[in-house]
Every structure is written in structure tokens, then in C-alpha cells.
Ligand binder design. Structure first.
Ligand SMILES: Cc1cc2nc3c(=O)[nH]c(=O)nc-3n(C[C@H](O)[C@H](O)[C@H](O)COP(=O)(O)O)c2cc1C
Length: 370
């Protein structure tokens, strides 16, 4: 490593369990809605391989665990044989360049409508409280949500099992591990947050009860593929999709401590400053207490740039830093950070379009940048 690079803390090696990372710049999970009919497509081979560096960690876009897990058009799944087969060449391409690839597995819960559900049924959730219609992240379309159906207690083990099967399938597809999506107001978060969860059974009420669903998923997934291949993403401070909590710090700390019992590989937390999924604001809260409470690798995300990311690593507030929008627009982001090179600007208008090239694989590399 050059003298210049060694002063760039993001570009220093890190051992994450069995994985030898050559730097700390992680590809954050990014939904791109180009997996037609929930099947990963060949254009994703180029997209992910462009963002791969030797010893770099990539987290896939959110990937559905079952046929009730979807709430957006053309997001990938990992519950059918066809989907597993379609992931294989994508994962292979990342491995061919020496990358480490985790599959983010999710269930959207009530962030859906009956059009995405089998037989037009109601989306499932921890509650039957509906979401109000919301402007989509593209700032144009309004998402309409169908009133959810609150899961009965006896139905919960089946949903937990879907996460187990999805993790097994992700391993079958060749992924190095899975990241359980417990953030951003989706199903797991709908159980954890007290402004959503109004249950009276053992999955509602106390902090311990609200976190039970998440921890049951962690347990079965860890038993299935090994805790050293499991991470979780959490956003205790966020209130996207009307999923706020009255005491996010207590929730974050409870989860960070509880995760230690399962010995999972990493905890990936979204910074409290993220006001929406992609907009940052000034905020007095910090993830440091959770960082200190959790014994494994701690990944932070949300509004980071090169300077800020270097600082977080230098001050030991994080082991790794995940970058979303910057990595989306700069396939060679780790190299640009190493060289302190200028960055391409992201184009929000093409985040979620279905084009297999535009805004997806056509962001230039440093050498070819104008
Ligand atoms: C286009 C887009 C898609 C996203 N999709 C996901 C996703 O599938 N799963 C997830 O956990 N977060 C998702 N996020 C949030 C990002 O992972 C990240 O936390 C967020 O962009 C803030 O980080 P940044 O400031 O580096 O962009 C998405 C964000 C964007 C902009």
C-alpha cells in the first residue's frame, strides 16, 4: 500500500471473521428495481462486478424471502429455484474479482399493496394499522398501501422459517453470507418499533417482546448457515414508513447487546442523521453506545463521504463504512477514495428506472471519466 493510501483509514485492511477485507468501503444495499418479475437479470452481473474490488465487501439490494415479501416492482427474490439459479452468475462474477458478497434478505410487511401479493391478499404485518399513501423516493409517484392483516401468533413461525429458507437459498446461490434487513420500516422493524407494533401477545408490548421476532430470525438463520455468515441491518432512530419508536436509543442498545448472544458477524446501523432513506440532517444522536455494546464488526451507513468515513474509522466509531449513493454513481469508489479523486454525481432520476444500462452500468470509471 502506498504512503498516501495508508493515511486513508478507509483504505486499510480489516479482518471480518473469516473474511480478509482489503479496505473498509462497503457497497450499501441498494434497491434498483431491475429484476424483472422478481428474478435477478444478467445485467446485474456487470453492475455488481463493476463495484467489486479484491477484498471488498458488497451487500446486495434487498431480496425477498417469499411471495408475500414484495412491495415494489421488479425487486429480486431468493425463494424460488429460478431466482437462486439467476443469482449464481452474479455472485460468481463478484467472486471472480475477489469480492465478498452478502445477500440482504427482506420482507416488506405492510409497505405493500394487494397488487404485489399472491391472490391479491392483504399484506401481512405486526399490526393492522394502515400506512398513509406516500410519495415514492423518485419524488413523483405516490405509493398506495393496502391495509395490512395483522399476523396471528401461530403464523409467525412460518414467516421466521421463510428467512431461514431464504438464507439457505442465498448460500446455495454462492453468497458468502446474508444481511437480515431489520431497518427502514419493513416487516422486522414493524415488530420492533412501538409506534407500529400494537400486539398483545408475546411479540408485542415490552422491548423484549417487540425484539423477539428479529431475534428468532437471527437464531434460525444463524443455526442454518452459521452465525459467522450473518449480519443484520438496523435503523432504530429512523421513522420511515411511519415506523418511529419512543425510545430508539434503548431499542438500539437492547438489540446490540442481544446480538452478542448469537455471535453474529456484523451489525450494520443506519445513522440517526438520515432523515429519509437518502437525505441527511443535523442530529444530536450517535451510534457510539451501540458500537461499544456490540462485540462483532460494526458497520455504519448514512450520509458518509471520504472525510467523514475516514474519521469514523480513525476514531474507532466503526470498523467499516457502507456507501449508498456514492457507490451507486462511482463503481470504483474505493480506488477514488484511495487517490482522493473526484467523484461522479449520482442521478436520482435513474435510481429506480427499469433500464438495464442507463443509471445502472453506465457510470464511468476513473480512467474513462471525461
Ligand atoms: C437507490 C437506493 C436504494 C436503496 N435500497 C436499499 C435497500 O435495498 N436496502 C437497504 O437497507 N437500504 C437501501 N437504501 C439505503 C442505503 O443503503 C443507504 O443507507 C442510504 O442511501 C444512505 O447512505 P448514503 O448516504 O451513503 O447514500 C437505498 C438507498 C438508495 C438511494
Amino acid at each position: 500500500m502506498s504512503a498516501e493510501a495508508s493515511s486513508v483509514r478507509l483504505i486499510t485492511p480489516y479482518k471480518m471473521g473469516r473474511f480478509d477485507l482489503s479496505h473498509r468501503v462497503v457497497l450499501a444495499p441498494l434497491t434498483r428495481q431491475r429484476s424483472y418479475h422478481n428474478v435477478p437479470q444478467p445485467h446485474a452481473i456487470l453492475y455488481y462486478s463493476q463495484r467489486t474490488s479484491k477484498g471488498g465487501l458488497l451487500i446486495s439490494e434487498a431480496t425477498g424471502v417469499s411471495d408475500t415479501a414484495q412491495g415494489y416492482p421488479d425487486t429480486p427474490g431468493v425463494w424460488t429455484k429460478e431466482q437462486v439459479e439467476a443469482w449464481k452468475p452474479i455472485v460468481d462474477a463478484v467472486h471472480a474479482k475477489g469480492g465478498i458478497f452478502f445477500c440482504q434478505i427482506w420482507h416488506v410487511g405492510r409497505v405493500s399493496n394487494s397488487g404485489f401479493q399472491p391472490n391479491g391478499q392483504a399484506p401481512i404485518s405486526s399490526t393492522d394499522k394502515p400506512l398513509t399513501p406516500q410519495l415514492r423516493a423518485n419524488g413523483v409517484d405516490v405509493a398506495e398501501f393496502s391495509p395490512p392483516r395483522c399476523l396471528r401468533t401461530d403464523e409467525i413461525p412460518e414467516i421466521v422459517n421463510h428467512f431461514r429458507l431464504a438464507a439457505r437459498n442465498a448460500m446455495e446461490a454462492g453468497f458468502d453470507g446474508v444481511e437480515i434487513h431489520g431497518a427502514h420500516g419493513y416487516l422486522i422493524d414493524q415488530f420492533m418499533k412501538d409506534q407500529v407494533n400494537d400486539r398483545t401477545d408475546q411479540y408485542g408490548g415490552s422491548l423484549e417482546n417487540r425484539c423477539r421476532f428479529a431475534l428468532e430470525i437471527i437464531k434460525v438463520v444463524s443455526d442454518e448457515i452459521g452465525p459467522d455468515r450473518v449480519g443484520i441491518r438496523l435503523s432504530p432512530f429512523a421513522d420511515y414508513m411511519e415506523s418511529g419508536d419512543s425510545n430508539p436509543k434503548a431499542l438500539g442498545l437492547y438489540m446490540a447487546e442481544a446480538l452478542n448472544k448469537y455471535g453474529i458477524l456484523y451489525c450494520h446501523m443506519v445513522e440517526p442523521r438520515m432523515k429519509t432513506v437518502a437525505e441527511k440532517c443535523d442530529c444530536p444522536h450517535s451510534l457510539v453506545p451501540m458500537r461499544n455494546a456490540f462485540g462483532g464488526t460494526f458497520i455504519v451507513a448514512g450520509g458518509y463521504d471520504r472525510e467523514d468515513g475516514n474519521k469514523a474509522v480513525a476514531e474507532n466509531r466503526a470498523d467499516l463504512v457502507a456507501f449508498g449513493r456514492l457507490f451507486l454513481a462511482n463503481p470504483d469508489l474505493p480506488r477514488r477514495f484511495e487517490l482522493d479523486a473526484p467523484l461522479n454525481k449520482y442521478n436520482r432520476n435513474t435510481f429506480y428506472i427499469s433500464d438495464p444500462v442507463v443509471g445502472y452500468t453506465d457510470y464511468p470509471f476513473l480512467e474513462t471519466a471525461a
